[in-house]
Design a protein around this ligand. Structure first.
Ligand code: FES
Ligand SMILES: [Fe+2]
Length: 423
């Protein structure tokens, strides 16, 4: 982030703290229909149009360090094997033998010279080509070249591995847009995988994710943990194309040094600038990534549906090489035994809210300006699904126009206007 951007952000923080109503021109947000958390039709639409067509975090290159190393990955409900090839590339394939669909790997992870199906012994290279079959004389005209493993789009951002089931999807970099540039300072290509855990939650995946997509809850849920440190009234939300969002909230007065001292025994990502060091800078990457990046760690929380009323929260910590220290883990206690106190707070009401949204009494969710990143996510989801594909009672209104999408930001002009008035 350059000096000019930092200066504008700092001013925007003051603007946010001083305003007495939502910024001029910011729309009243229509209620989010409750059925989006409970209706099987919406669940199916998400499956078909969101999970099938978005870039999804699948792992880290440390998990497939050498040629032949593989990892089974089924978080998105599809059978996938991720494998490191001799070229150094990381490939993803359906874990589905081209003969009769048996898996080519059944272990969670491992290393194999070939991916060999255990059913009848067909074997594949790490690039997915079919290299040998048993008793080839019993096939007439077998064309090996069209019987390889079905590949899945697989791209890396630094050391992070993303997959996308849609052959026509934009590239990962196009998908991330300006976020990819903003992330350069975090050196994703230097971070190692420090921790990865999974937790089952009893609520729709969006309910869990939304608890991490606004600061409106901080004063109540995190009264003793986050709130004393984070100045929620100075939070600045930014909305990007494709449904991504960012929040930047400074530390409370006098608490910046305390915040910066956290994990002081661990190496820093030296290129991280002032904002990443002194503020909570958190990104929501559509559809299921929330991560407060800092100069110490890159710790995405990833939310996966597990049926309509259950989800899985996957917690990652990526960090620069920690040497002889224990690997940092920003999110759990006792190496994944339980969630950290802050995440326990964030997940506390998920099951209760699920009961509410399933009740006769629940109609919809009125979101405030502070919660607008959730609204932006929902608007973007509908566009991705195709608005006409969604039953009318489950749609959200497209009320936040492009004037709110980065690099547009009407607040900058409003703020200048306010400043000019008070000068
Ligand atoms: S199903 Fe794989 S070899 Fe037959
Ligand atoms: Fe929270």
């Amino acid at each position: 982030m350059n000096e000019q951007e930092i200066a504008t952000l700092r001013k925007l923080m003051e603007y946010e703290a001083s305003r007495t109503e939502p910024p001029r021109g910011f729309p009243a947000l229509p209620d989010i229909p409750g059925g989006r958390y409970t209706d099987p039709r919406f669940f199916e639409l998400e499956k078909e149009h969101i999970w099938r067509r978005s870039w999804l975090l699948a792992g880290h290159t440390d998990e497939v360090p050498e040629a032949g190393c593989f990892r089974l990955w089924e978080r998105a409900g599809q059978p996938v094997v991720i494998v490191r090839a001799e070229s150094g590339d990381v490939n993803a394939f359906y874990n589905t033998c081209s003969h009769r669909g048996a898996p080519v790997v059944t272990d969670e992870s491992g290393k194999r010279p070939r991916l060999t199906c255990q059913y009848h012994g067909w074997s594949y290279s790490h690039d997915g080509e079919l290299v040998a079959i048993r008793d080839p004389e019993d096939y007439r005209g077998m064309d090996y070249s069209c019987r390889g493993l079905r590949s899945i789009r697989c791209e890396r951002f630094g050391n992070l591995i993303f997959v996308n089931f849609d052959d026509k999807a934009p590239t990962l970099l196009e998908w991330l847009g300006p976020v990819a540039d903003e992330w350069q300072e975090f050196q994703f290509d230097k971070c190692r995988l420090a921790a990865r855990h999974i937790f089952d939650l009893n609520c729709n995946w969006k309910i869990a994710m939304e608890a991490n997509t606004e600061v409106y809850h901080v004063k109540s849920i995190h009264a003793k943990t986050v709130s004393p440190m984070l100045d929620d009234r100075r939070n600045v939300n930014t909305f990007y194309a494709n449904g991504h969002g960012r929040m930047i909230a400074p530390a409370r007065k006098g608490k910046a040094a305390l915040r910066a001292a956290r994990m002081a025994e661990y190496p820093e990502i030296e290129t991280v600038g002032e904002i990443g060091r002194t503020c909570t800078q958190s990104y929501g990457i559509f559809p299921n990534w929330v991560s407060p990046l800092s100069h110490r760690t890159i710790p995405p929380l990833i939310f996966w549906p597990n049926g309509i009323n259950k989800c899985r929260l996957e917690t990652f910590t990526f960090a620069p090489d920690w040497g002889d220290n224990p690997a940092p883990d920003g999110w759990t206690q006792n190496n994944g035994e339980m969630l950290s106190p802050v995440l326990l707070e964030d997940t506390e009401f998920g099951e209760w809210i699920q009961k509410s949204v399933e009740s006769y009494g629940f109609k919809g969710v009125p979101l405030s300006y502070q919660e607008a990143r959730i609204y932006h996510w929902n608007q973007s989801a509908d566009r991705m699904i195709g608005i006409d594909n969604i039953p009318a009672e489950l749609r959200v209104g497209q009320v936040m126009g492009d004037e709110w999408i980065y690099p547009n930001d009407p607040r900058v002009a409003l703020m200048e206007e306010e400043l000019a008035k008070s000068a």
